[in-house]
Design a protein around this ligand. Structure first.
Ligand SMILES: *Cc1c(COP(=O)(O)O)cnc(C)c1O
Length: 403
C-alpha cells in the first residue's frame, strides 16, 4: 500500500494512516496472552495521560461510550440540564439523554463554529438557579473553546470537554499554553480515536482527568460498576474471611457497562500516539496551504475563522461558502467534487434540528448555528496528503464554483 495520495486517487475528507509499526503492534497482541483487560490498555492509558499532561487517562470502547461514562461520573441524573452547542456530532447531546438529563442547546459563533460564554449565558437566561448542572463544550474542527471564560462565567457548572477533534492541540486556559486534555480547569476531557480522527484505533475513546474521584467513577462506569479493591468493599462480612480479603470477591456499587477497550485496539492506539506530533504537524501545514489558497478565491469563500488563544491541531479543514451568492447549491458542489475524485462532508447538521430533539424541545432560534451550517464544507485533510493534493482540491473547487 502506498502512503501517499497520488493525483488520481480519490481523496476522502479524512482517513487513517496505518504503517508497518502499527501492524506489528497489533500482531504482537494477537500472539500474546491478553486480548483485553491486559497490559496494552495500561500502557496506552499511561502514555496518553503523559502526552496530554493529565493525571489519569481511562480508555474506552468509543468516544460516545466515553461521553456516557463522563455523564455518569459527574453525577448527572433525571431532570438535570446540560448545555451543549448545537453544532456538534449527535453523541455529545445523546450522552446527556442516556442518563435522563436534558439538553439545553446553545448557539455558536457563525464564523468559528465554537460556543462561548455569551451564547451559553443566552441559553441559560431565565432558568432558575441550580437547574443547569454542566457544560459540554466542543472543540470543533481542532481549534478550541475559550474554557477559561466559561469557567469564570459559570464557576459552579461541571465541565466535560468534547475534544474529539482537538487531540495534539494546545490552548491557553489562563496560565499559558497547555495541551488539550490536561484539564487545567478541572472536569473531564473526552477524545475519540475513530479512524477519521487524529489517531485511529478502529473504534475507541479516551477520557482524561486530574481528579482521582472522577477517574474511579469512570472506571466503574466502564466495567459494570465493579469494585475489586478490598479497602473499598462495603460488605466486610462477605469480602473478608478471618481478616483476609476473599480472592474471588467483588462488589457492584453502581450499574455500569462494558465499555472497555480491547488490548488489540489499545496496542494500535499506543503505536499511533507515537506519531501524533507528526500527524498534527502535517495537518497544520496542509490547513495552512488551504488557507492561503481558499482566501484568494474572493468574497464568497473563506476558511472558517480561527479562534484566538490556541494552537489548533486541525481535524477538519472547513471552508465557509456562500453557495446562494455563487448561484449554486451545496449538493451540486459536493456531487461535482465527488465526480472529480474529491470527498467532502458537512460538520454538522445542527443537532437541535434533528427530529428527535426538535420534537422534544420545540423549535429553537439559534441563528449562529444555522448560519455556520449553511456555509460549511469540510475539505479533504489527512496526513498522507501532499500540498499538491490541497492545490488539486482548491483548483477543482474554484472550477466547480466558476471562480
Ligand atoms: C467522533 C465524535 C464523537 C463520537 O466519537 P465515537 O468514537 O465515534 O463514538 C463525539 N463528538 C464529536 C465532536 C466527534 O467528532
Amino acid at each position: 500500500m502506498n502512503d501517499t495520495a497520488s493525483p488520481k486517487t480519490f481523496l476522502p475528507y479524512g482517513r487513517q494512516q496505518i504503517d508497518a509499526e502499527d501492524e506489528q503492534a497489533v500482531l504482537d497482541v494477537l500472539r500474546g496472552d491478553w486480548l483485553t483487560t491486559g497490559p496494552a490498555v495500561d500502557a496506552y492509558e499511561e502514555a496518553f495521560a503523559d502526552r496530554v499532561g493529565a493525571q489519569h487517562a481511562v480508555a474506552c470502547s468509543s468516544g460516545t461510550a466515553g461521553l456516557h461514562m463522563a455523564a455518569i461520573a459527574i453525577g448527572l441524573d433525571f431532570g438535570d440540564v446540560v448545555v451543549v452547542p448545537s453544532v456538534t456530532f449527535l453523541a455529545t447531546a445523546n450522552a446527556v439523554r442516556y442518563v435522563n438529563a436534558d439538553v439545553l442547546f446553545a448557539d455558536v459563533d457563525p464564523e468559528t463554529g465554537l460556543v462561548g460564554a455569551e451564547q451559553i449565558a443566552r441559553a441559560i437566561a431565565g432558568l432558575s438557579e441550580g437547574t443547569v448542572k454542566a457544560i459540554f463544550p466542543v472543540h470543533l474542527t481542532g481549534h478550541t473553546v475559550d474554557i477559561a471564560s466559561l469557567r469564570s462565567a459559570f464557576p459552579h457548572l461541571a465541565m466535560v470537554e468534547d475534544a474529539c477533534h482537538a487531540l495534539g492541540g494546545e490552548y491557553d486556559a489562563g496560565k499559558g499554553m497547555v495541551p488539550v486534555g490536561s484539564c487545567p480547569l478541572g472536569g473531564i476531557t473526552m477524545f475519540s480515536t475513530h479512524p477519521v480522527k487524529t489517531i485511529a484505533t478502529g473504534e475507541g475513546g479516551v477520557l482524561t482527568t486530574n481528579s482521582q474521584v472522577l477517574a474511579n467513577r469512570l472506571r466503574w462506569a466502564r466495567n459494570h460498576g465493579m469494585v475489586r479493591e478490598p479497602e473499598r468493599f462495603q460488605n466486610r462480612v462477605m469480602g473478608f474471611e478471618n481478616g483476609e480479603a476473599a480472592p474471588w470477591y467483588y462488589e457492584m456499587h453502581l450499574p455500569g457497562y462494558n465499555y472497555r477497550l480491547s488490548d488489540v485496539n489499545a496496542a494500535l492506539g499506543l503505536s499511533q500516539l507515537r506519531k501524533l506530533d507528526r500527524f498534527v504537524a502535517r495537518r497544520r501545514a496542509l490547513r495552512q496551504r488551504y488557507a492561503e489558497r481558499i482566501d484568494a478565491l474572493g468574497p464568497h469563500v473563506a476558511m472558517q475563522k480561527v479562534a484566538q488563544g490556541c494552537n489548533p491541531a486541525w481535524h477538519l479543514a472547513v471552508a465557509l461558502i456562500d453557495f446562494a451568492a455563487l448561484g449554486t447549491t451545496r449538493t451540486a458542489v459536493m456531487n461535482a467534487l465527488r465526480d472529480r475524485g474529491i470527498g467532502t462532508q458537512v460538520h454538522y447538521i445542527p443537532v437541535h434540528r434533528q427530529p428527535y430533539y426538535a420534537k422534544r424541545y420545540g423549535p429553537l432560534n439559534l441563528p449562529g448555528a444555522d448560519a455556520y451550517y449553511a456555509r460549511c464544507l469540510s475539505l479533504p485533510l489527512f496526513p498522507a496528503m501532499e500540498e499538491s493534493d490541497v492545490d488539486r482540491v482548491v483548483d477543482e473547487l474554484a472550477d466547480v464554483l466558476k471562480l
